[in-house]
Design a protein around this ligand. Structure first.
Ligand SMILES: Cc1ncc(C[n+]2csc(CCOP(=O)(O)OP(=O)(O)O)c2C)c(N)n1
Ligand code: SF4
Ligand SMILES: [Mg+2]
Length: 280
C-alpha cells in the first residue's frame, strides 16, 4: 500500500469520525485501502445526515461485486441481491411501499453488463429511486476481468490480447434511456461526490449517478492519476435542462466531463399509478 493510498483511507475515516455522519456507519468497510468506493460510501453517510433520512425509511439495494458490499457498511435496511438484479428488487421495494427512500448501488459489471437490461426500464418509467453506479472499468470482486466499460486494448485474463470491444458510457446510456437526473463524478473529488449523492437522493424520479471509482488493486491503466488527467468540470454556464446537449457533453472523451448533465421534472412511476388508482 503506497503512502498516498494510506492517506486516502485515513482521511476517509477521519472525516467519518469528525462528522455526525458516523452514526450511519455499520461495520467497517472491507475494501482494499484506497479503493474508489470509499468516497461514495462517505458521501452517502453525509447525504443521509443532510437529508435527515430516518433509518427506518431507508433501503439500500445492491447487486454483487465489491460495490455490492455497500449495504453491509451502512446502518439501515439493506438487500444484497443477485448479480445484475438489484434494480428489479429495488423497484419491487418501492412499489410495495412508495414512502421508502430507495438507493441502488452496483458496479459497471453489475449495472451495465449482466444487469444492463434493467436500467432502461427503471429509467424510462421514472421510478423514484437513486442508482449509484460505481464504475472502475473492471470486475473488481472476481479479480480483474474486462468489463463493459473497460477501455479498448485493456489486457486481462478475459482479454489476453487486449480488449477489442468499445466501452459503454454509462452516463450516455442513462440519458438515452430517459433518466430524469444524470450526473457524473470522480471518486477523488469528495465534496463533489457528496453534493451529487445528496442531490440525486433529493431528486423526485429516477436519478443516476455515474461515479468514476478506480480499482487500485487490479486496474493497471484506469487509475486515480489517469482519470484525473481526463476529467474536467462541466462549463460553469451549462444549464442541465437540455437532454440533447447533455448527451453531447456526456459522450465527450476529451475531456471527460463531470457534474450534473440533466435534471428534469416529470411525474414518477408511483405518482402515475396513484393518479390511475384515484379514479376507482
Ligand atoms: C450470475 C453471476 N455471474 C457471475 C458472477 C461472478 N461475479 C461476481 S461479482 C462479478 C463482477 C463484479 O464487477 P462489478 O459489477 O464491476 O463490481 P466491482 O467488483 O468492480 O465493484 C462477477 C462476474 C456471479 N456472482 N453471479
Ligand atoms: S478489488 Fe478493487 S474494487 Fe475491489 S475492493 Fe479492492 S480496490 Fe476496490
Ligand atoms: Mg467494476
Amino acid at each position: 500500500m503506497s503512502l498516498l493510498q494510506k492517506r486516502r483511507v485515513l482521511e476517509s475515516f477521519e472525516r467519518a469520525r469528525a462528522t455526525k455522519a458516523r452514526k450511519h456507519r455499520d461495520s467497517l468497510p472491507t475494501w482494499c485501502p484506497g479503493c474508489g468506493h470509499f468516497t461514495p460510501l462517505q458521501g452517502l453517510y453525509e447525504a443521509m445526515e443532510t437529508l435527515k433520512i430516518p433509518v427506518k425509511d431507508f433501503v439500500l439495494v445492491s447487486g454483487i461485486g465489491c460495490s455490492g458490499r455497500f449495504p453491509f457498511f451502512v446502518r439501515g435496511f439493506g438487500l444484497h441481491a443477485l448479480h445484475g438484479r438489484a434494480i428489479p428488487v429495488a423497484t419491487g421495494v418501492k412499489l410495495a411501499n412508495p414512502d421508502l427512500q430507495v438507493v441502488v448501488v452496483g458496479g459497471d459489471g453489475d449495472g451495465v453488463g449482466i444487469g444492463g437490461g434493467h436500467l432502461p426500464h427503471a429509467a424510462r418509467s421514472n421510478f423514484d429511486i437513486t442508482y449509484l453506479l460505481l464504475d472502475n472499468a473492471i470486475y473488481g470482486l472476481t479479480k480483474g476481468q474486462t468489463s463493459p466499460t473497460s477501455p479498448m486494448g485493456m489486457v486481462s485474463g478475459t482479454s489476453p490480447y487486449g480488449n477489442i470491444s468499445k466501452p459503454l458510457n454509462a452516463s450516455t446510456l442513462a440519458l438515452a434511456y430517459g433518466a430524469t437526473f444524470v450526473a457524473r463524478v470522480f471518486s477523488q473529488e469528495r465534496d463533489q461526490v457528496t453534493e451529487m449523492i445528496t442531490k440525486a437522493i433529493a431528486h423526485k424520479g429516477f436519478s443516476f449517478l455515474h461515479v468514476l471509482s478506480p480499482c487500485v488493486e487490479f486496474h493497471k491503466t484506469v487509475t486515480y492519476e489517469s482519470v484525473k488527467e481526463e476529467v474536467c468540470l462541466l462549463p460553469a454556464d451549462y444549464n442541465a435542462n437540455d437532454r440533447a446537449e447533455a448527451l453531447v457533453l456526456a459522450e465527450s472523451a476529451e475531456p471527460v466531463y463531470t457534474g450534473l448533465f440533466l435534471e428534469e421534472k416529470s411525474p414518477s412511476y408511483h405518482e402515475r399509478v396513484a393518479e390511475i388508482t384515484s379514479k376507482f
